[in-house]
Design a protein around this ligand. Structure first.
Ligand code: FE2
Ligand code: FE2
Length: 480
């Protein structure tokens, strides 16, 4: 690799679950079904990605940005650290920060988890966990020990992945729940670090667990507490100091968004899908410091190391383990095999209530599978805008197929229905119609979902096509 090129891999939300903390049985299966990540396969997923990293002899830096394990337990942390050591032994430099899934507390601070658990055949039992203040020392040889500067209060640190480039690894735990950001002293340290890097003639990038720009507007509106605490302050700082990119995780959504302020100054938030998602990817970042150009690519896996998938790709094997993929299976089962439907729906649907409505469920499922797109076009008021040939096609295309496709892209980004497609026109029209009804009849619960100045139709666009930067997987931009 040329001297003026620096590259590194970035992985986030690995959510590693040690095989020691679960036994086959309903408790772990129901937990996995209700999630959007393949919990039991997390070791094999991570190992498959590590093999790819080890095979790349030109890229010697690997970055992890938190939710490294799923529930803060010591067993999973030990196994995660073993894998970091494997990378280190192979000559890679590893930088790690942690996030709210990496620790538990017993109530002395706000926290996602108050105990770590092991899944037995019939229930759960408590197991040892790490507390927030223990994480820094646990991982100190993977980042802090190589750092140019460490911020004591937050555990954030600055490293130099290569000549001409600095990476500030922000540890944004805050108090773990209602504020996931830096406090005043941390903001001061961050500002100084950016200015010092610039003074030394280095380009600077940030990495932090929580999102700085939300992948969807509804996210910012409904779940602002999930964003990096003090995100607007960080927007200002990045624009003023010319920091071009922040790498984030947490939302589990593959997304590249750009923010531009009133003076035309800008930055990108490159958010990476959870590694533990069926379609999990890591980012490969390459910086040409002489040309001041950064390019971001995405790398996935086709096969799973150590799992017999019966010939299926990693994605096809994993997708149906979690609720988005299970939904795809439930409707056909509801129409044809009621017992299998109840069994698969356990943990996701009120199966006790559904059990006594066998014929109604079958009828609804059969009907739902047969509704064509033309019905939505008629109800949404877009039917007349389609040509004769388009109408013929809409009558033949089941609505549910497009719904499944939208679900498949919620986390992977790059949704496929751009404004010229029939599906976009149908769904966007339907959303506009519902928008009108919601406002006319003042349906408060729906109105509460809509961000100020936005509409249901605009919100729907986030899930229909890439209305962000055009490609959630790759981007090339100037660092100047
Ligand atoms: Fe996560
Ligand atoms: Fe997270």
């Amino acid at each position: 690799m040329p001297n003026n090129t620096v590259s590194f891999y970035l992985l986030t939300d690995t959510h590693l679950v040690s095989p020691d903390i679960w036994e086959e049985g309903k408790p772990i299966d129901l937990r996995e079904r209700g999630d959007q990540i393949a919990l039991k396969a997390t070791p094999q997923i991570l190992d498959s990605f590590i093999d790819k990293i080890l095979a790349d002899r030109d890229t010697n830096v690997v970055v992890f940005t938190g939710d490294n394990v799923n529930g803060g337990d010591v067993a999973s942390h030990n196994e995660f650290r073993d894998r970091l050591q494997k990378l280190k032994d192979a000559g890679k430099t590893v930088y790690v920060t942690c996030a709210t899934h990496d620790y538990c507390s017993t109530g002395e601070d706000e926290c996602v988890f108050h105990e770590a658990i092991r899944y037995t055949k019939t229930g759960t039992q408590p197991i040892p966990f790490l507390r927030k203040h223990e994480l820094f020392d646990f991982y100190r040889e993977f980042g802090p020990d190589q750092a140019l500067s460490v911020h004591g209060e937050s555990g954030s640190y600055t490293v130099k992945p290569g000549e001409g480039l600095r990476l500030i690894m922000i540890c944004d735990n805050g108090n773990g729940r209602s504020h996931c950001g830096l406090f005043e002293d941390g903001v001061r340290w961050l500002t100084e670090q950016i200015r010092e890097a610039k003074k030394a003639g280095d380009y600077v990038m940030l990495a932090v667990h929580h999102p700085v720009l939300p992948p969807w507007e509804v996210f910012r509106h409904m779940a602002e507490y999930e964003l990096y605490g003090g995100y607007q302050e960080l927007w200002k700082l990045m624009c003023e100091e010319g920091v071009r990119v922040v790498f984030t995780g947490h939302t589990h959504v593959q997304s590249i968004r750009k923010y531009t302020d009133e003076e035309g100054r800008w930055f990108l938030d490159v958010s990476t899908i959870a590694l533990a998602n069926a379609a999990g990817k890591m980012r490969k970042i390459t910086v040409d410091t002489a040309a001041a150009v950064c390019s971001v690519e995405s790398v996935g896996i086709d096969t799973l190391k150590g799992i017999d998938t019966g010939g299926l790709s990693a994605y096809d094997h994993l997708y149906h383990l979690n609720f988005p993929g299970i939904i795809e299976k439930l409707l056909p089962l509801g129409a044809s095999d009621f017992d299998a439907f109840l069994s698969l729906g356990e943990g996701l649907l009120p199966i006790d209530k559904l059990r006594s409505h066998r014929f109604l469920v079958q009828k609804v499922c059969r009907k739902a599978l047969r509704i064509p797109l033309s019905t939505a076009a008629k109800l949404g008021g877009t039917w007349r805008g389609f040509s004769r040939e388009e109408r013929r096609q809409l009558r033949k295309e089941p609505l549910i197929t497009s719904v499944y496709e939208i679900l498949r892209h919620i986390y992977t980004g790059n949704a496929p229905f751009s404004p010229e497609t029939k599906v976009y026109r149908v769904f966007s029209g339907a959303a506009k119609k519902i928008d009108g009804l919601v406002r006319r009849f003042h349906i408060q619960k729906a109105l509460d979902l809509i961000p100020p100045g936005s509409s249901l139709a605009e919100m729907a666009e986030d899930f229909l096509y890439n209305n962000r930067t055009g490609d959630d997987d790759t981007v090339t931009f100037s660092l100047k």
